[in-house]
Design a protein around this ligand. Structure first.
Ligand code: CA
Length: 232
């Protein structure tokens, strides 16, 4: 699969921006730069951007606000947040923002490249795949166009949410540990926290369950992880 992609880096600190750019170009990505959130949002409107590397601390609107606006308009764009402190993680991947992944500064550029490649795989997962509809009443998943419906209504999923549902719906009744979900969805040995799985599940439940506080489709397997409800 061709994983080349157009990456936008939004970061006001020039040294970090250049450092990221050099490392991404070395990995054969096309890179655009923005110094502010406003500039970043404009570039995404005007150009085909697959994935945004987004710093939180920016002059003008901050990275959280940019993330929220991006998600409203481009549910399928990839978003990796850059943060200076690990305490921000809950907020970064929280319900309202919807980032796919995050990195804590200072970070290893090789790891950023790995995470970008993994996320691009989630975004472009349908390329080369035969058209396929997975039906699990009341849900329908079109893995080719990467669309997801509940009854007849389309539900916008982030690339990461789509990959999780695809894993679940293809394996009803199978319990997955958080680590398995990290490996199978994020695609490599994630060096962070499996909390990112829980936050994504919470977000998914709010999108697909009739009553998110009493989930029916995505079951919690206590002490282990999650399971998609088996067909009766
Ligand atoms: Ca900054």
């Amino acid at each position: 699969m061709d994983l080349a992609g157009n990456i936008l880096i939004v970061e006001d600190e020039e040294s970090i921006r250049k450092f990221v750019r050099i490392n991404l170009e070395r990995a054969n990505f096309l890179v655009r730069e923005a110094e502010t959130g406003e500039e970043g949002l404009r570039i995404v409107q005007e150009e085909e951007i697959d994935l945004v590397v987004l710093d939180i601390m920016l002059p003008g609107i901050d990275g959280f606000e940019v993330c929220k606006k991006l998600r409203e308009q481009f549910p399928r764009i990839g978003i990796i947040m850059l943060t200076a402190k690990s305490q921000d993680i809950d907020r970064i991947i929280g319900l309202e923002h919807g980032a796919d992944d995050y990195m804590v500064k200072p970070f290893n550029p090789r790891e950023l490249v790995l995470r970008i490649e993994s996320l691009l795989r989630r975004i472009k997962g349908s390329i080369g795949e035969a058209p396929n509809m997975i039906i699990y009443d009341p849900f329908t998943m079109d893995t080719y166009s990467r669309k997801f419906f509940k009854s007849q209504s389309k539900i916008d999923l982030t690339p990461t949410e789509f990959s999780i549902i695809k894993l679940f719906i293809g394996n009803p009744g199978r319990a997955f540990t958080r680590d398995e979900i990290l490996n199978l969805v994020w695609g490599y040995d994630f060096m962070g926290d499996s909390k990112i799985v829980d936050v994504n599940i919470r977000r998914l439940r709010s999108k697909i369950e009739d009553e998110p506080s009493k989930p029916y489709y995505i079951e919690t397997v206590w002490g282990l992880g999650y399971r998609w409800r088996d067909k009766e």
